[in-house]
Structures are given as structure tokens and as C-alpha cells.
Design a protein around this ligand. Structure first.
Ligand code: FE2
Ligand code: FE2
Length: 307
């Protein structure tokens, strides 16, 4: 790996972070009503169009709406678990990155992640009746990366894989989730996350400029492992269990229905773009994305630079 150098780009990212702070208490309107379990309109991402091909086909409409609310609860909990993991990872990076400007950026990110954690934590505490546990959550690979103790792997999992996925998920959530409070929270959080992604890309693009074959293979393995684990979370086994749907039926729907496939591909397109920018979207990694059916038209375009 090439050594990391001081750069103006890192200093400017730190400065942007200092100027972009917002408050969980005063910038979010906590009095907004969250009508959990109410019937939902047909105008959102998970609209009635998908009902007929779902495990709920033949059942009454309220069960379909229950699924849509349950999916929102699951997502809000994944957002919280992801934010907590990003907080741990950025705090760890604030002590382990090799140069001062990068450590300062990581410390600024930790402040952002603490704010994001507080916002989702309050939403779940006050609004979600039955939160989903951290077990089998989307942040599991990230926690493993932190435990490995290698700062570049921690950055790879956090800023280049989890956070681009979060940016995409927040953008979709901002228009498709079912209450104005969660939409306001994800809108604010989504303002900070692209800065964290840029931080990871600036650092890793430089140090990955000179990887040995062994170093590259190790990172390819790690990326493929993390992406497979994250993709598997979106098969939603915990949601099917809670709704009394047979595991096999629920997982088949999540794995194959065009609405669910498109959703996953849209999320993972951002990861493909980030991996491409730091030079590790190799043919081997691309094959794994393709096997997992994570490359849609956007993902194909995002990786064009390597073809
Ligand atoms: Fe965050
Ligand atoms: Fe973040």
C-alpha cells in the first residue's frame, strides 16, 4: 500500500463537517404524527402492484399494509444499527489513521454518527413498538472489520461499502417511507453521509494506488464476503417470521420479485461506483456482484470505467 499523504481535500472535508452540524433536538419536529399500522396509499415504492406476486397474494389488504409498516420498522432498526457501527468505526479510525488530517476527519465523522445514532434511537424508542435486534443486522460485516484492527479494511467496510448503501437507502426512504418524521430524519442524515463516502474515497484511492497482488486479493476476498452478507440481510428473514409467512415463500419473494431485486440493485449501485473509484471493482469482485444479482443497469454504468 502507498503511504497516505496530507491533502487539501481532507482539510476541506473537515471544514465542511464543522460547518454542517445540525441538532437532533431543534432541527427535527418530534411532534409529527407517526400513524403506525394505519392503511397506506398505493403511491409508494411498495405499492399494491407487487401484492399479487407476493406471499400475501390472496390475503386481505391489511396484511399487505402490515408488511409495508414492518419493512419500515426493520429499515429504521437497520439504520440505527448501521449508525452505531459507523460511530464505533469512525472513533476507531480517529485514533488509528496514519496522518493528522485524516484522524481529524474521522473525529468529525464520529460527531456526525453520534448525532445520527441519537436521532434514529429516539425515533425507535418513541415510535417503533417492536424493534428488530442487532443480531443478523446489516452492520455485522462492519463490526467484523473493526475487530480485525486494520484501518484500511475498516474504511473499506464503512466508508466505501456501508455508507454508499446508506446514502442510497436514505434517498429512497426519503420519498417512500410512510410517515413525515422518519422522512425528515433520513433527509437530515443523508446530508452528512456523502461527506463520509468522499472521505473514504480520498484516502483509499491514494493508498490503494499501489497494492501488491497479495494485498489486492485479500481486499477482494473481504469485499466479496461483506457484500454477500449485506445482500443476504435484504432477504428479510426476521420480517417474514414476524408476519407468520413461511420462510421459503418470503425469501423467494425477496430474492426474485422485480420490486425487491430493483431495490437491492439500486442500493448496491452506489457501492459499485465507490469501489470503482478506489480501483478495487475488479473482474473477480464484479463476478460476485453478478452472481448475487446486484448489478442492474445503473450498476453496469457505474463500473464501465473498468471494462
Ligand atoms: Fe451516519
Ligand atoms: Fe456516515
Amino acid at each position: 500500500m502507498r503511504p497516505l499523504q496530507q491533502s487539501h481535500r481532507l482539510e476541506s472535508l473537515c471544514e465542511q463537517a464543522r460547518q454542517s452540524q445540525w441538532s437532533v433536538d431543534t432541527d427535527i419536529d418530534w411532534s409529527l404524527e407517526v400513524p403506525f399500522s394505519s392503511s397506506l396509499p398505493d403511491d409508494s415504492f411498495s405499492s399494491r402492484g407487487a401484492l399479487n406476486d407476493s406471499p400475501f397474494a390472496g390475503s386481505r389488504r391489511p396484511l399487505w399494509d402490515a408488511f409495508r409498516w414492518e419493512l419500515q420498522s426493520w429499515l429504521a432498526c437497520q439504520f440505527l444499527h448501521g449508525e452505531r457501527a459507523a460511530l464505533t468505526a469512525s472513533a476507531r479510525l480517529a485514533e488509528s489513521l496514519p496522518i493528522a488530517a485524516a484522524r481529524q476527519c474521522a473525529a468529525a465523522q464520529a460527531i456526525d454518527e453520534a448525532r445520527h445514532t441519537a436521532a434514529f434511537s429516539r425515533y425507535i424508542r418513541e415510535q417503533v413498538r417492536a424493534p428488530y435486534s442487532v443480531k443478523a443486522a446489516i452492520d455485522a460485516p462492519l463490526r467484523q472489520a473493526v475487530e480485525r484492527g486494520s484501518w484500511d479494511m475498516t474504511m473499506l467496510a464503512t466508508q466505501v461499502i456501508l455508507e454508499p448503501l446508506a446514502v442510497a437507502a436514505f434517498r429512497i426512504a426519503n420519498t417512500s417511507l410512510h410517515d413525515p418524521l422518519i422522512r425528515q430524519i433520513v433527509g437530515l442524515v443523508a446530508r452528512d453521509e456523502p461527506r463520509h463516502v468522499s472521505f473514504g474515497i480520498v484516502v483509499l484511492k491514494e493508498v490503494y494506488g499501489e497494492l501488491t497482488a497479495v494485498e489486492l486479493a485479500e481486499r477482494e476476498e473481504f469485499i466479496m464476503e461483506v457484500v454477500a452478507q449485506m445482500s443476504e440481510c435484504f432477504l428479510l428473514p426476521e420480517v417474514w417470521k414476524r408476519l407468520g409467512i413461511r420462510d421459503a415463500d418470503g425469501i423467494r419473494f425477496a430474492a426474485t420479485h422485480p420490486m425487491m431485486v430493483t431495490y437491492r440493485q439500486t442500493l448496491f449501485t452506489r457501492i459499485i461506483a465507490s469501489l470503482t473509484r478506489i480501483g478495487v471493482m475488479t473482474p473477480r469482485v464484479r463476478d460476485r456482484f453478478a452472481t448475487l444479482n446486484l448489478i442492474g443497469p445503473g450498476g453496469a454504468r457505474a463500473g464501465l470505467t473498468l471494462e
